[in-house]
Design a protein around this ligand. Structure first.
Ligand code: NAD
Length: 360
């Protein structure tokens, strides 16, 4: 049976890597009916919204989407498509596998971790008060009444972490571990300093862990976790984090596996999942057929697994791994030097993966 999937090419280099990904996914033999929908700066320019309602409706209807990156212009007033998508579809769990494939240039070849980041709460909840504003004066006054002094030249961001939000993100980390044969979940936090936000995260994480005694659980203070990740990455497996730490550690993880061009991801809710690379739209390379399609290809592999197409996922991942291992038909960022004349383009790297799948 064909899978109905919403395809959002995005903007910048998004359409190039999305097209490459569609070709490789189709070459697995799995049938797809693509419902192509717009999001990003191009549709913002023509319709005044970067995320039309019909795009959201399509994802709600099909339950699965794959998305190229989209640009968020600084200071335009146009809200981030990614933040809006996660909010509107309640995609609370951001899952980012960071695996160092053989052939990738990295000092951390043992890395094979999965970062599970909470997507809605924490300092990214958007509860902010501008320095000098009336609202920040009211808030400071209220805090003063509670015995907390904040300087009058301070901007303020609030960090809410709830039992509800923590329970479901930690549950989703254990579910991921069980579904994909992982054996340990590590929770990262700064509970020693932020006792009522990170402290709650840790307490709830421990309670959730008690329901999953077949999977090992441990916690690490976030700074120590970063230190250990770059000294003993092989000791880590699934790592569950509040929003801000999850954002930062995701890029750390991407750096450990060969860069942003290699880092896939999925934003997953209870009803809907949207798969996308960790990287952005890299607009300076737009239209040049230059950037690495691997991150979105590997996001496609995650989507295949999510759809229950496990064999196709294995074949596609195996072919990507082989192309990377051989190192001939790969993009500039995977070559020993960035101006290596033997680097191929986005589309040609996708061709190489298709050739490998056909040869296997
Ligand atoms: P970026 O990830 O687009 O690019 C940063 C650099 O990383 C690029 O200049 C390039 O050197 C490298 N890079 C990124 N993707 C690559 C690939 N596939 N292959 C090879 N090299 C790659 O980050 P940025 O420049 O900070 O952001 C550009 C735009 O993307 C911004 O508008 C930002 O808001 C947006 N963004 C979107 C998403 C998303 O749609 N999920 C995520 C992050 C950033």
């Amino acid at each position: 049976m064909a899978h109905d999937v919403t395809l959002i090419p995005g903007d910048g280099t998004g359409p190039e890597i999305a097209e490459a990904t569609v070709r490789v996914l189709e070459a697995t033999g799995v049938e797809f009916v693509w419902d192509r929908r717009e999001a990003g700066i191009d549709v913002f320019a023509s319709e005044g919204t970067p995320l039309p309602e019909r795009t959201l409706e399509s994802i709600r209807e099909h339950g699965v989407g794959i998305k190229g990156p989209t640009t968020t212009p600084v200071g335009s007033g146009h809200r981030s498509v990614n933040v809006a998508l996660r909010k509107e579809l309640d995609l609370y769990s951001c899952q980012r596998p960071c695996k160092a494939y053989a052939g990738v240039r990295t000092r951390f070849p043992e890395t094979d971790i999965v970062i599970v980041r909470e997507n809605h709460e924490d300092l990214y909840a958007g509860i902010e008060f501008e320095k000098g504003s009336e609202d920040s004066a009211k808030l400071r006054e209220c805090l003063e009444g509670l015995g907390a002094h904040v300087r009058d030249d301070a901007g303020i961001s609030i960090k809410p972490i709830s039992v509800y939000g923590t329970e479901r993100i930690v549950e989703s980390a254990f579910r991921y571990a069980r579904d994909y044969g992982r054996t340990k979940v590590t929770a990262g936090h700064k509970a020693n300093i932020m006792k009522f936000s990170d402290g709650l995260f840790l307490e709830v994480a421990r309670q959730v862990a008690e329901r999953h005694t077949d999977i090992e659980f441990e916690d690490r203070i976030i700074d120590n976790l970063c230190n250990q990740l770059v000294s003993r990455p092989e000791e880590y497996d699934v790592i569950v984090l509040p929003n801000l730490y999850g954002d930062i550690v995701s890029d750390l993880g991407a750096g450990m596996i060969g860069g942003l061009g290699m880092a896939p991801g999925g934003n997953v809710g209870d009803q809907v999942a949207v798969f996308e690379a960790t990287h952005g739209s890299a607009p300076k390379y737009k239209g040049q057929n230059r950037v690495n399609p691997s991150a979105l290809l590997l996001s496609g592999v995650m989507m295949l697994r999510h759809l229950g197409e496990t064999q196709a996922a294995e074949r596609m991942e195996g072919a990507i791994a082989k192309v990377i291992r051989e190192g001939d038909r790969v993009t500039y960022d995977m070559k020993p030097s960035r101006d290596d004349p033997s680097a191929v383009g986005t589309s040609e790297m996708a061709d190489a993966v298709i050739d490998e799948m056909n040869a296997a």
